[in-house]
Ligand binder design. Sequence first.
Ligand code: ATP
Length: 361
Amino acid sequence: MNSFVSATAIAAEPQTATEEVVRLTDVKRRFGTTAALDGISLTVKRGEILGIIGRSGAGKSTLIRCLNGLERADSGEILIEGRDITGLSEQDLQPLRRRIGMIFQHFNLLSAKTVEENVALPLKIEGLAKSERLKRAHDLLELVGLADKAKAYPLSLSGGQKQRVGIARALAARPALLLSDEATSALDPETTRSILALLKDINRKLGLTILLITHEMEVVRGIADRVAVIDAGRIVEEGQVWSIFANPQADITRSLLGGIRPQLPEHIAGRLSATAGSEAILSVDLAGPQAQGALFAELSAALPHSFRLVHGGIDHIQNQPVARFFIAVPARDPALAGKVEQFLMARSARVEVLGYDTDHA
Ligand SMILES: Nc1ncnc2c1ncn2[C@@H]1O[C@H](COP(=O)(O)OP(=O)(O)OP(=O)(O)O)[C@@H](O)[C@H]1O
């Protein structure tokens, strides 16, 4: 992919005193008996990428709509660059809305306008002269790797190219915050990766703050610095991405992680007995410095019986190793699983005996 951002394409963002681009404090929004937002508090620092993940109906769209002023919160405070937007009139909201660029799942491009016209549109609304608008649109198209498509119409573009146009358009008014609303949900995995790489590139080179709303952990894993998990209008878990992947606390987080964390293969899980079998099957989770040691060599040396690696591996998230393994230890010695557990726990691993394999020869 073309991910080369020319530094001149976007002039430096005017810095304001606050380093928090977004601060929400106890934001509530109810629809009838449904608490769509039930006391949301969060911050996004300048230059940070925060992922907000949740299932359908968790409250993500309501959160976005409250952030850009399309929806009014019932209570709580919403600060954008230090300014509370909750009490603002529609007119006073306009300049603040321009501080927020948005990209969408279905791109929302105007099909009757060319690519460059789509990108330049927010600048027309700002009253910029045509030559300046076009100059800026071209810089932005270069930024997203689509300089050669300036005169094309959206219908002739692939999904990934349309989203690049969407990104260029969202950046036109030099926003302080980019809101990404399921921006890769309609794209295939490879295109998703290239769009995420582009967003990360823009974030790094321009210090752009991004709030990423998604239902896919893969997206969060790809580029977010921090993640907040939202469920039934509440943030149930929040932290650095690698640490949430290593040690998810909430059931919803575990479930959202299910598809991309190693799981015990179903054919083995299905035959586990809670009490007896030839092998005990253990899950082992560890991350950070603990995941870098020669853990299995030490374990082999320390124990009288050999163990078997059944499944799993080491992932690297935000440059931190995050390991998840499933091992089998012979169940001949009933105390052995306990000894292995102790050995691993002493090295800060989280270990669980999942059951006993009744079938392994
Ligand atoms: N205008 C509305 N009127 C009534 N109920 C609403 C309205 N908007 C949202 N809700 C309800 O609030 C809850 C949160 O909805 P919201 O659309 O914010 O969730 P979401 O996480 O964005 O879901 P999805 O991923 O499916 O878009 C849901 O129960 C939804 O039915």
